[in-house]
Design a protein. Structure first.
Length: 88
């Protein structure tokens, strides 16, 4: 599977093939000594932002929405996440 890295082979990203890759192989600069130097700050920052928002607002997922995951370097909802935000 690692031979000919420049060849177009979409099967490399099938769930069973990705599970066989070593940790950090799929996300460049995402593991080991190459971890992003801002990762810890970003994690702390998002916690502070989420805590501030959730203290002041109620966030509800819109009825009937079914989430599907987009797998890029980070996981996120495919097509966004439709929510209704109301002041507490």
């Amino acid at each position: 599977m690692l031979d000919d890295p420049e060849a177009f082979r979409p099967e490399r990203f099938a769930p069973e093939a990705k599970a066989a890759l070593p940790k950090g192989a799929y996300v460049p600069f995402g593991g080991g000594s190459r971890t992003c130097i801002g990762m810890r700050f970003g994690q702390m920052e998002i916690r502070a932002i989420a805590a501030t928002i959730l203290r002041r607002f109620t966030v509800e997922l819109q009825p009937g929405y079914e989430m599907s995951i987009r797998q890029m370097p980070t996981l996120s909802p495919r097509g966004g996440l439709p929510v209704t935000v109301r002041a507490r």
